[in-house]
Design a protein around this ligand. Sequence first.
Ligand code: ADP
Ligand code: MG
Length: 263
Amino acid sequence: MAGEARNITLQIKNVRKTFTGRTGEVIALNGVDLDIYENEFICVVGPSGCGKSTLLNIIAGLTEPTSGEVYCHGKLITGTGTERGVVFQQYALFPWLTVKKNVRFALEMKGIKGQEADELAMKYLEKVDLAKFADHYPKELSGGMKQRVAIARAYAADPEVLLMDEPFGALDAQTRTQLQSELLETWEKDQKTCFFITHDVDEAIILATKVIIMSARPGRIKEIVDIDIPYPRNQETKMTPRFLELKNKIWGEVYKEYLEVRK
Ligand code: ADP
Ligand code: MG
């Protein structure tokens, strides 16, 4: 937790990414530098198209940077790794597996089998309130429920680093609040390091130890705001003067970037 001497989990060093499209080159990331410490909760905000997902995919090892490097515990990232779990904005489930088997899959990847895997899969489904749907297939669930299965699967994989790309974006307010609390509990208890993208400034402040504000394309880090509100945080935190002060500040900066995009 904040205050203790901690190790660096992720080092992002001068990362640039250019895409070549039909209309020429798009600079998605233009020199991003960031150190992320063990058990930090980083929330990334910024206008649409500023390179947030690109940065997450590079950390996940799914996209190669055009130049620059990312290190996890000092080791150069060259591909995906089980220490880094990803939850995408759009649920990515196996349609031919039941809900329980989707979650079990993550456990089997870790070598957990048989009854132990079944029990653990159910435990993680309970966390997201879906135990009753264990034997259903993804196509029988709503979008929000599918997303909760994807989250249960990511928790079951128990990675050291959780990379989440607007994971709660499509959920109703109540479910989102519940999953935020669940995520904060998991983060505090299991000492995970989180890198979480959101367009919801309230969500960013409730969750994060640090909010990273990205500038309009080409994406760079514009500002890093320390969220000095003690945990545990809850919905009442949103009414405190410090929360409102931070919200004003961050929202103002994000809005300026949004206007840049519209120019
Ligand atoms: P964000 O997640 O912040 O909305 P992205 O990282 O998805 O932004 O995209 C950043 C920029 O890179 C956008 O202009 C987007 O169109 C472009 N981009 C992203 N992925 C690709 C791709 N695979 N091919 C071409 N352009 C891409
Ligand atoms: Mg995105």
